[in-house]
Design a protein around this ligand. Structure first.
Ligand code: NAD
Length: 477
């Protein structure tokens, strides 16, 4: 078993001061695959102190030099892609091919976009306010606590670390205790890329320990958090005491509006996007809302697509979906599938229990419910598993009303060949992202939510903007 108990603080790997052992469980085998250490207050303090000490020097480093270090990071990231893919696959269960392509690929994609955006970013520009030499400058917020989840680990880590670093911030990363191994490889990459000691630090820990200590720490200026809405609320409260900037990327319950005139691949796309990463994506299109005239046809097609989704071990190559991350999630998903049955939704694919022949491992059957109504639990709760709810609507107005009738507001999707309708809906849907006739955004487009899905924007220039202070400089003769 891998033993990786050290933390990366002030440019070196150090033993924990207050650590306690934690087994990382491989969701394919249900057995431990690594032992790490969860730190305590003294470890958090040491990492924050290193970040604070490094801040003046890093803020004074020219942006061009910071960009060069991001370019170095991209190069070493590509070289170590296989190590990152294996680390994610073993700890959070992404099938190895998907881990190599989508999981690792999302990280390199973000680093590349930040390099481009940082080169184009107006770090300092003149401002006409009638005074001499007036200008607006964008500078670092300070010491940032970066707290990430396990579901798209490198996606989240690079979105935060690369943006914070290029903007001149120093940082402490606390990755999810469910998927810490990839983040530890990433810390090696930050070292190899040549970031000065203290700019980037990593401490492993859980939410009640290192997570809470970071959010309450007086020397932390900003918290950037991705994870559950539950933890996001706790973090906001904890950070309020020291009035830190808090950037939250939280859960979602995306609606995918399928109109009768949608293109012929729309249903397949919607089902497969829901099942991707075993349904463990905050922007999953988990409510497929279908225009009444197309409803029966869509339900039948969706069931057929789901029946062809195969499930299997994460260490086997292929296009299957893997297990979910842990037993807690597995049990929660089973309970929600059961609630769908009990509350009268019509099961058209999957159901409770493990898929045939997979008795060990946190496997879930790709599941589709039809005839889901807005008051049902599965229409409201974020399931975070391969479970799709199909709902019917009669009019466009009703579709918008149901889609917006959720505390979340991360991503909604519209599938229709009517351009005027797409434009109307893009304005009416209350979510940070609306993706039409597809399930993705263009390069560098900002990612983030409204309402209980959070308040920040990540990726590209908007992602850098979240990690800067705007300074107004004016002068009189
Ligand atoms: P989680 O909230 O349990 O944990 C996320 C991270 O926060 C972990 O590192 C955890 O240790 C830490 N944490 C937990 N409680 C904390 C606290 N009180 N103070 C400080 N840190 C704390 O979430 P998860 O189960 O790891 O991830 C799944 C959730 O993340 C889902 O709800 C999903 O929708 C959301 N998510 C959102 C986005 C987005 O960009 N909007 C992206 C991915 C995942």
């Amino acid at each position: 078993m891998i033993e990786k108990k050290q933390f990366y603080i002030n440019g070196e790997w150090v033993d924990p001061i207050e650590g306690r052992d934690y087994d990382v469980i491989n969701p394919t085998t249900e057995e431990p695959c690594a032992v790490i250490s969860l730190g305590g207050q003294a470890d958090t303090d040491a990492a924050v102190a290193a970040a604070k000490a490094a801040l003046p020097g890093w803020m004074a480093t020219p942006v061009a030099d910071r960009i060069t270090l991001l370019e170095n990071l991209l190069a070493v990231y590509m070289d170590r892609g296989e190590d990152l893919a294996q680390a994610m696959s073993v700890a959070m269960g992404a099938p190895i091919d998907m881990s190599r392509s989508a999981q690792v690929g999302s990280g390199s994609y973000h680093i590349k976009n930040f390099i481009t955006a940082a080169k184009d970013f107006a770090w300092e520009h003149p401002f006409e306010d009638g005074t001499l030499g007036a200008r607006i400058s964008h500078e670092a917020v300070g010491v940032c606590a970066l707290i990430t989840p396990w579901n798209w680990p490198m996606n989240q880590v690079t979105l935060k670390v690369a943006a914070a670093a290029v903007a001149g911030n120093t940082m402490v990363l606390k990755p999810s205790e469910e998927s810490p191994l990839d983040a530890m490889v990433f810390a090696e990459l930050m070292h190899e890329a040549g970031f000065p000691a203290g700019v980037f630090n990593l401490v492993n820990g859980d939410g009640v320990g290192v997570g809470s200590q970071l959010t309450a720490h007086p020397d932390v200026d900003m918290v950037s958090f991705t994870g559950s809405t539950r933890a996001g609320k706790l973090i906001s409260k904890s950070a309020a005491e020291t009035l830190k900037r808090v950037h939250l990327e939280l859960g979602g319950k995306g609606a995918n509006l399928i109109f009768a005139d949608a293109d012929e691949k729309a249903v397949k796309r919607g089902v497969l996007h829901m099942m991707q990463n075993t349904g463990q994506s905050c922007n999953a299109p988990s409510r497929m809302m279908v225009e009444a005239s197309a409803y029966d046809r869509v339900v039948e097609e969706a069931a057929q697509v789901a029946a062809k989704v195969t499930v299997g071990p994460a260490d086997i190559e292929g296009r299957h979906i893997g297990p979910v991350v842990n037993e807690t999630q597995w049990s929660k998903i089973q309970g929600l599938i059961q609630s769908g049955i009990d509350e009268g939704a019509r099961l058209v694919a999957g159901g409770v229990g493990r898929p045939d022949g997979l008795n060990k491992g946190f496997y879930v059957r790709p599941t589709i419910f039809a005839d889901v109504t807005p008051e049902m639990t599965i229409a409201n709760e974020e399931i975070f598993g391969p479970v799709l709810s199909i709902m019917k609507f009669e009019t466009e107005e009703e579709a918008v009303q149901i889609a917006n009738d959720t505390p979340y507001g991360l991503t909604n999707y519209v599938q229709s060949t009517d351009g005027a309708r797409r434009n109307r809906l893009a304005r009416q849907l209350r979510s940070g992202m609306v993706e039409m006739n597809g399930m993705s955004r263009g390069d560098g487009a900002p990612f983030g939510g409204m309402k209980m899905s959070g308040n920040g924007r990540e990726g590209g220039a908007h992602g850098i903007m979240d990690f800067v202070e705007i300074k107004s400089i004016s002068g009189w003769a």
